[in-house]
Design a protein around this ligand. Structure first.
Ligand code: PMP
Ligand code: GLN
Length: 377
C-alpha cells in the first residue's frame, strides 16, 4: 500500500513504551500519568452509563458539556468568551488537529510547522495533500518571527503553533501572539493552535490562548485535551474552539469522521467541570516538576530551559555521551533502565539534538526509581 505520509510506521511514543516494557525500565517516555485519577471521575463515568447516556451524543457535543465549557472558559484568569457555536467536542486532540487540517487544507497548500513539534502535525498535513514548511524554533524554544515571516508564501494556508509547547514546556507570551497577528495581518492564513497543556502552567506564568487575541480569534482553531487536563489520556476526549465559520468547516469533516464522541465520557466530563479545582491541579503538577528537578539536579544531565508548563522536562546529556539522541535513549533504556524520548523525534530530518525528554507526570516513587537507576550510570 502506498504510503500517504512521511511519518514513522510506529510512533516514537509506541516504540519507546514497548522498549521500556521489554527492558523492565522506568517509563518516562510517552506522556501519560502513572498515578491514580480522581475517584470522582471514575464514579461519574459509571453514572454516565447508568443514567443512559449510551446512545449517540449530538454531533457537536453533549449540551451539558458544551455549557460547562463556556463557563469554564469564562472563569479563566484571562477569560475566553465563547458560545456554543464556537465549541466542538472531539475524540482527543490528535483527532482535533487532523480534522482542523482536513477542514481547510487543499492539495498543494503549504502549512508552516515550527520545529521541534509534536509528531502528528506533519502526517496530518500530508494525508490531506498539504506540504509542510519547516521553521526552526530558537535554541531556547522561542519563536524566530523573522524566520517565520520569511517562510510565508502565497501558498501558505495555515501555521500550526503549540503553546504550552511539547517537548520544551515553553509558553507563548502576549507579545508572541501580537507578533504572530501582525505577521499574518494582511494574509488569509489560518492558525491551528495546539493548546492541550493550557491549564498546566507553573510559577504563575499566564496562559494566553489564540482565541483570546482579538486579531486571531476569527481565524484560528484552538485545540484542547481532557486527557492532559484531567490526567485521563486513555479517555481520548478533547474540544476545539473556533469561530462560527471555522467551526462549521470543522464539523463538515467531523460529522463524517467520527460523527460524535463517546457519550458517557462527555456526561462525566460535564459534571466534573463543575467540581474540578484547576489551581489544586496546577499545584500538584508543579510539585511533580519540582520534585523531578530536585532529584535530577545532581545527575550528570544539563538543564537548558526549565519547563514552564506541561508534562515534560528536556535535558542535555553531553556530559555523558556524544552518540545520537536516539541511540542514547535506547542505550539508557537498556542499560540504566530509564526510558525517555529523543528530541530528534520532533524533527522531520534526521538530526542529533543531544537532548532527551523526560515525563514528570509520574508518582514521586517512580521518579525516584528513575533517579536512582541513573545514579549508577
Ligand atoms: N498535542 C500535543 C502537544 C500533545 O502533547 C498531545 C499528547 N497529549 C496531543 C496533542 C494529543 O492529545 P490527545 O491524547 O488528546 O489526542
Ligand atoms: N502526547 C504524548 C507525548 O508527547 C504522546 C501521545 C502519543 O502517544 N501519541 O508523549
Amino acid at each position: 500500500v502506498k504510503r500517504k505520509h512521511s511519518g514513522k510506521d510506529l510512533t516514537i511514543f509506541s516504540e519507546m513504551t514497548a522498549l521500556a516494557q521489554q527492558n523492565n525500565a522506568v517509563n518516562l517516555s510517552q506522556g501519560f500519568p502513572d498515578y491514580e485519577i480522581d475517584e470522582r471521575l471514575k464514579k461519574l463515568l459509571a453514572e454516565g452509563t447508568e443514567k443512559n447516556f449510551n446512545q449517540y451524543a449530538p454531533m457537536s457535543g453533549l449540551p451539558a458539556l458544551v455549557d460547562n465549557l463556556i463557563t469554564f472558559n469564562q472563569t479563566r484568569k484571562i477569560p475566553i468568551s465563547v458560545s456554543k457555536e464556537n465549541i466542538t467536542i472531539s475524540p482527543g486532540a490528535t483527532y482535533g488537529i487532523y480534522t482542523a487540517i482536513a477542514a481547510i487544507v487543499n492539495f498543494g497548500d503549504e502549512v508552516i510547522v515550527l520545529e521541534p513539534s509534536y509528531d502528528s502535525y506533519v502526517p496530518a498535513i500530508e494525508m490531506n495533500g498539504g506540504l509542510p514548511v519547516f521553521v526552526s524554533l530558537k535554541n531556547n524554544f522561542e519563536v524566530d518571527f523573522d524566520a517565520l515571516k520569511n517562510a510565508i508564501s502565497e501558498k501558505t494556508k495555515a501555521i500550526i503553533v503549540n503553546s504550552p509547547h511539547n517537548p520544551s514546556g515553553k509558553v507563548w507570551k502576549k507579545s508572541d501572539w501580537d507578533q504572530l497577528a501582525s505577521i499574518i495581518d494582511s494574509t488569509e492564513i489560518i492558525i491551528i493552535s495546539d493548546e492541550v497543556y493550557d491549564i498546566l502552567i507553573y510559577d504563575d506564568i499566564e496562559f494566553h490562548s489564540a482565541f483570546h487575541h482579538p486579531k486571531l480569534r476569527e481565524r484560528c482553531f484552538c485545540i484542547f485535551s481532557f486527557g492532559k487536563m484531567f490526567h485521563i489520556t486513555g479517555w481520548k476526549v478533547g474540544y476545539i474552539l473556533a469561530s462560527e465559520e471555522l467551526s462549521l468547516a470543522y464539523r463538515r469533516v467531523h460529522q463524517y469522521l467520527s460523527f460524535s464522541v463517546n457519550a458517557p465520557s462527555q456526561y462525566a466530563l460535564a459534571k466534573y467541570l463543575e467540581i474540578f479545582d484547576a489551581n489544586e491541579n496546577r499545584k500538584n503538577m508543579q510539585q511533580k516538576r519540582d520534585f523531578f528537578l530536585n532529584e535530577f539536579k545532581d545527575l550528570p544531565f544539563s538543564l537548558k530551559e526549565k519547563a514552564e508548563a506541561g508534562y515534560f522536562q528536556v535535558l542535555g546529556y553531553e556530559n555523558i555521551s556524544k552518540v545520537s539522541d536516539k541511540e542514547f535513549a535506547i542505550w539508557l533504556t537498556e542499560n540504566a533502565k530509564v526510558a525517555t524520548i529523543p528530541l530528534s523525534a520532533f524533527y522531520h530530518e534526521e538530526t542529533n539534538t543531544g537532548m532527551i525528554r523526560f515525563c514528570f507526570a509520574k508518582k514521586e516513587e517512580t521518579m525516584l526509581r528513575a533517579a536512582t537507576n541513573l545514579r549508577y550510570l
